[in-house]
Design a protein around this ligand. Structure first.
Ligand SMILES: *Cc1c(COP(=O)(O)O)cnc(C)c1O
Length: 472
């Protein structure tokens, strides 16, 4: 063994203590650390010929890289839809690395059963029936990709071809209908050989809504003259967290032949709030479902789940036969269900958090985030120069400048807030109007944090756009 490696092995307990102290320091200060950083990355250094040992590496990391890391795990990073890591999830994640189990199959361990137990809990959390089977994947993009891969195989079944054998071309042109799909849907269509251009946008309800017009969806399906299609319903859009009417869409299955995939990346968590659970009524009727976990479950990157009622088709797409893997019988191993073969045991962090806080603890995070988004929405409505672009439907506040909302002016506002260190928000465009979004999905965020975000926005708006001295 290399002497530096041997020395690290000898002092592994001390090393773990040292990194524990470092992480504890970082996390106890996360609330005051700037939400984002505009620092430049350090100059590249050459590959070390002689290593410095793990303690030396920690010191170098602290010197070179730590200053540029953002506070994205903290309470006022409201860009995109960014979760955090609950204490229990971090515990599980640390152990995931420590055990370093391969979650591909049993492989002489019970890790596959732990993943199945966790999947069962998540299924229950989101109100899904046992007809849904699932697996952990790396994020909602991958979950959507897996769901649409199963949809593609189903189209083959309907048309009498095996896509997993003959290829996507055997299907001919595929019709995928959706109202406000996430960008990862078109990415998935590209990856799957269906093609980005096969997405047929369906008109929305109008006004500030991002939900699909189900009447128009029915007309589109009708125009296919019986050709099977894929419908992607959206349960929680990123701009305004709007929800398609899942029950009404599912009811169309009585008349039309389509696979229903629901992207509920973070919207599925509405099921944890009695006042909002009706938004995801009908979710169980989906043929495949995407739920992200590194967002509102607050487990570390990279984790999501996919569920489907047709695990038999999923197995056809992803099965991985080789004599060295042995025969597969009964419950399929995860390597026959997901794009990866070897897999990180992502389920362990979720298992820890669900075990530690239960349904009630996670429901409290969801309820609090919703209340805080409302609070910020009300605060922003009262800030001169800002206005909401849509009501706060769940956990995202979508707003813009009352006068002259150009991408440049909104970019300047977002930058000023980020430079203050107080918060991080990201830009978007809603029905042609440039806007900013503040998404609440971190377990740490409090009312005081929310008021700081409102104050930072009010200050920056005043200084940039209304102060007579600096007025443009
Ligand atoms: C975040 C998100 C995705 C993509 O998730 P990743 O985890 O970034 O891959 C897909 N759909 C919706 C609705 C999302 O919010």
């Amino acid at each position: 063994m290399h002497p530096t490696l041997a020395a690290d092995l000898d002092r592994l307990p001390e090393l773990l203590q040292s990194v524990r102290d470092f992480a504890a320091g970082e996390l106890s200060g996360i609330g005051e650390r700037p939400a984002s950083t505009a620092r430049k990355a350090p100059d590249p250094e050459p590959l070390p010929a002689t290593g410095v040992g793990a303690q030396g590496a920690l010191e170098r990391f602290a010197r070179r890289w730590q200053p540029g890391f953002s506070g994205s795990a903290g309470p006022r990073y409201l860009g995109f839809v960014t979760g955090g890591t609950t204490p229990a999830a971090l515990t599980g994640d640390w152990l995931t690395g420590a055990y370093d189990q391969n979650g591909s199959s049993a492989g002489g361990s019970t890790v596959d059963a732990l993943e199945r137990e966790t999947l069962g809990w998540l299924r229950e959390l989101f109100g899904l029936s046992e007809a849904h089977r699932g697996a952990f994947v790396s994020g909602a993009t991958m979950s959507n990709t897996v769901g649409l891969a199963v949809a593609r195989e189903w189209l083959g079944e309907r048309l009498g071809v095996s896509v997993s054998r003959a290829g996507a071309a055997a299907l001919g042109p595929v019709d995928l209908l959706s109202g406000s799909p996430h960008s990862s849907i078109t990415k998935a269509l590209s990856v799957l050989g269906v093609g980005r251009d096969r997405l047929r946008p369906v008109p929305l309800l109008g006004g500030d809504r991002e939900a699909v017009d189900v009447v128009r969806l029915a007309e589109e399906l009708d125009s296919l003259n019986g050709r099977p299609a894929v419908v992607v319903a959206n349960a929680g859009t990123v701009n305004t967290v709007d929800f398609d009417d899942l029950r009404a869409i599912a009811a169309l299955k009585e008349r039309y032949d389509f696979w229903l995939h629901v992207d509920a990346a973070f919207g599925a968590f509405a099921a944890l709030s009695p006042a909002h659970a009706s938004l995801v009524e009908g979710l169980d009727a989906a043929d495949s479902i995407c739920v992200d976990l590194h967002k509102w479950l607050n487990v570390p990157y990279a984790a999501a789940v996919q569920f489907t009622r047709r695990q038999d088709l999923q197995l056809r797409v992803f099965h991985n036969e080789s004599p060295y893997l042995g025969p597969h019988t009964g419950t399929p191993d995860f390597l026959h269900l997901t794009p990866e073969n070897s897999r990180r045991l992502r389920a362990l962090a979720a298992w820890f958090s669900l075990t530690a806080y239960g349904r009630e603890g996670h429901a409290e995070i969801v309820e609090r985030c919703i209340a805080l988004a409302r609070r910020l929405g009300e605060g922003i409505s009262a800030v001169p120069g800002l206005r909401l672009l849509a009501p706060v439907r769940l956990n995202v506040v979508c707003f813009t400048l009352a006068d002259g909302p150009t991408p440049e002016r909104l970019g300047a506002l977002a930058r000023a807030v980020a430079d203050s260190g107080e918060a991080f928000l990201t830009p978007t465009v809603l029905h042609g109007t440039p806007a900013l979004r503040a998404a609440f999905s971190n377990w740490r965020t409090t009312e005081a944090d929310t008021d700081r975000v409102r104050d930072a926005l009010a200050r920056a708006t005043r200084e940039l756009f209304t102060d007579p001295i600096t007025r443009e």
